[in-house]
Design a protein around this ligand. Structure first.
Ligand code: THU
Length: 148
């Protein structure tokens, strides 16, 4: 049986990552700047590479009715389905401004689980400290609810 190597909180040097990962990080950082976050002032950007080779982006969009806020990760997932229909996610990058880069919230993990296999890499990057971390999705979202 093929062994799946899981990455849990692995620190990376961005200078050493492959071009496609760098591109995904750049996209996440760029879309983060479009975040609409007048309430929290915390901006998040997400970029998703699909199996079809396309990259989709999302940023957090807040609402005066705070529960109506949509996170960056769900925004990117919505963009992918709206643009190319259902496809599997092959890599995810999330950029935020906190010194320790933020992981996706639990609602977003559940949402992403619909499209993302456990071995898929999730890159978290901070735009303030430059810290870059790698996880596998299964580490962030074990025992996901995906079927009923
Ligand atoms: N936020 C995201 O966009 N993604 C996450 O996974 C964590 C939280 C946003 C939602 C809200 O606009 C702000 O960060 C503060 O919670």
């Amino acid at each position: 049986m093929e062994e799946i190597v899981h990455f849990d909180n692995v620190m990376l040097d961005e200078a050493t990552v492959p071009y496609d990962v760098k591109n995904l990080l750049d996209t996440a950082r760029q879309v983060m700047l479009n975040a609409y976050a007048p309430f929290s002032h915390f901006r998040v950007g997400a970029a998703i590479l699909t199996e079809k080779g396309n990259v989709y982006r999302g940023c957090n969009v807040e609402n005066a009715s705070l529960g109506g806020t949509i996170c960056a990760e769900r925004g990117a997932a919505m963009a992918s389905v709206a643009s190319e229909g259902y496809s599997r996610f092959k890599a995810i990058a999330i950029a935020s401004e906190s010194e320790d880069p933020t992981p996706p919230c639990a609602i977003c993990r559940q949402f992403l689980a619909q499209f993302t296999d456990p071995e898929v890499p999730v890159y978290l990057v901070s735009t303030s400290s430059g810290i870059l971390k790698k996880f596998t999705f299964g580490v962030l979202m074990p025992y996901a609810f995906t079927d009923f």
